[in-house]
Design a protein around this ligand. Structure first.
Ligand SMILES: [Ca+2]
Length: 498
């Protein structure tokens, strides 16, 4: 590496990494960044460089093709944060490494063992079961091991604490780690997790396309009328008129109220469109009444990160759900690049099992992180914070409620001493939405782990054009932020968790 310009004096500790020998890791580059403007890898060519503190940037791979990077600051807080991926992964999550690095953490990320050509690309999985295993389970585990080895070689000591922080697929990775690799991290943040993967792909990604198929398609232009009608019916159920539903389960708005009286207009829903909303809120049930996947809940439908992105998309069959769902079924499940989502068998027929059963048998054990037994993670002193946007139009928030309650049932009432769930009113998928959606769960986790300050409340801000316009407490589930009855409803101090 870099022999041509090699100076006669000794290599720096960072540069030495590129010639060091590691049993299971190949280092492809190790370079010192002196601090200052840094051009982010994969950045838009027109994007301005970010300003970063001085750090050592090590890049390498594990095995055949599991690429990763570890960024190690000159002024290190002795801790590691590995960051998770989104969608079908396939890229190192550089952007998510910036904040931890600035805060003094060593930080790492992996592409989980494949490179994709965009968020809707799943062709890399076809005929590559090893890649599927890395993506679903092993990639994040190997990242933890590689990160600790590199950090040990660079600083001379292992991290005092190691954390994982991810949302969506990153939340899935987080729960895989807590359940299957509990020795990797002693603190975990799991956001809007896709942990019940196979049922989310059937009941979310696929069902969204089926429910809005043909004349049931809802154009994005009609989403605001649904959002407004929901708010008119349910916003005040929590006592505060703020365009946000504190607990959407109390909202029982009937979409038939929007049914067109006569001809279809921009202000009403046709009967098939009403039926689509009902299907999306109902989720998927088998004919014998088993809930395969819970539906979405009302609230937060409007906005760029709402239904217009995930469900309606820019045209029929082009929403975010199908964009991720179709490649999964084509390249992971049915091994057929031309597979048509209309052919999916929700029920057994003609002597065949349902495709849900087929999928679960093929990939359920690998992908689904739904084991409620977190005893190994608890025993090693692990702390975990999970959060989920109550207005997530991608992964239904009921998934997080269901998983948390399953753990509570299994692990008992002391569960909250090591694992807490924060439902975020008015937050869409991992960010955005009408609520107060800016918060720092990593700091809450670190305070819990290192200072023994449990997260009894986490303050969230609503930021509009860079200005904080509202603060609210987030509360450990099942507590909810309740207005005390006096004072500004834009100020967290006037709310309490109960
Ligand atoms: Ca409200």
């Amino acid at each position: 590496m870099a022999v041509a310009a090699a100076p006669s004096y000794a290599q720096s500790a960072c540069e030495k990494l590129s010639t060091a020998h590691f049993s299971f890791i190949t280092i492809t580059s190790a370079t010192e960044h002196p601090g200052g403007p840094f051009v982010m890898p994969n950045a838009n060519p027109n994007a301005a460089p970010v300003t970063l503190p001085a750090f050592c940037r090590a890049a390498g791979f594990v095995g055949k093709e599991l690429r990763f990077e570890v960024w190690m600051p000159a002024r290190w807080n002795s801790k590691l944060v590995s960051v998770g991926n989104g969608g079908l992964a396939g890229t190192i999550s550089y952007a998510a490494m910036v904040k931890p690095l600035e805060a003094g953490y060593a930080t790492s990320s992996t592409d989980t063992g494949h490179v994709n050509a965009g968020s809707g690309d799943g062709a890399w999985a076809l005929g590559h079961y090893d890649r599927i295993v890395n993506f679903a389970d092993l990639g994040t585990h190997l990242l933890a091991e590689a990160s600790k080895v590199i950090i040990g070689a660079f600083y001379g000591v292992k991290p005092e604490h190691s954390y994982f922080n991810g949302c969506s697929q990153g939340g899935h990775e987080a729960l895989i780690e807590a359940q299957r690799h509990p020795d990797d991290y002693d603190g975990i943040v799991a956001g809007d997790p896709a942990n019940y993967w196979t049922h989310h792909y059937v009941g979310g990604h696929l069902w969204s396309g089926i429910a809005t198929d043909g004349n049931a398609y809802i154009p994005a232009s009609k989403v605001p009328i649904l959002a407004e009608a929901v708010n008119n019916a349910c916003d005040m159920l929590d006592g505060v008129k703020d365009g946000v539903l504190s607990d959407p389960r109390r909202c029982h708005f009937d979409p038939k109220k929007l049914l067109c009286a006569g001809a279809d207009t921009a202000e009403c829903l046709t009967a098939p469109q009403v039926s689509a909303v009902e299907k999306l809120w109902a989720g998927v049930k088998t004919t014998d009444g088993r809930q395969v996947w819970p539906g979405l809940v009302p609230g937060g439908e409007a906005g760029t990160g709402g239904w217009a992105n995930w469900i309606t998309g820019v045209g029929p069959g082009r929403g975010g759900h199908l964009n991720l769902g179709i490649p999964f079924f084509r390249f992971f499940v049915f091994d057929d690049p031309t597979w048509d989502y209309h052919t999916f068998r929700f029920e057994p027929s003609d002597g065949f099992d349902s495709d849900i059963d087929y999928l679960d048998r093929k990939l359920g054990a690998l992908f689904n992180a739904i084991n409620p037994d977190l005893s190994a993670f608890r025993a090693r002193g692990g702390k975990m914070i999970q959060y989920h946007g109550w207005s997530d139009p991608d992964i239904t928030p009921m998934n997080s409620v269901n998983y948390y309650e399953s753990v509570l049932k299994r692990m008992g009432p002391n569960t909250r001493e090591f694992y807490r769930l924060f439902m975020v009113p008015g937050m869409q998928h991992c960010s955005g939405g009408p609520g107060a959606t800016t918060f720092d769960m990593l700091m809450a986790l670190d305070n819990w782990k290192t200072k023994r300050i449990p997260p009894d409340t986490v303050t969230a801000s609503k930021v509009t054009n860079g200005v904080v316009t509202r603060t609210r407490p987030l509360c450990p589930y099942p507590e909810e932020a309740k207005w005390k009855g006096s004072g500004s409803t834009d100020s967290a101090e006037n709310f309490e968790c109960r």
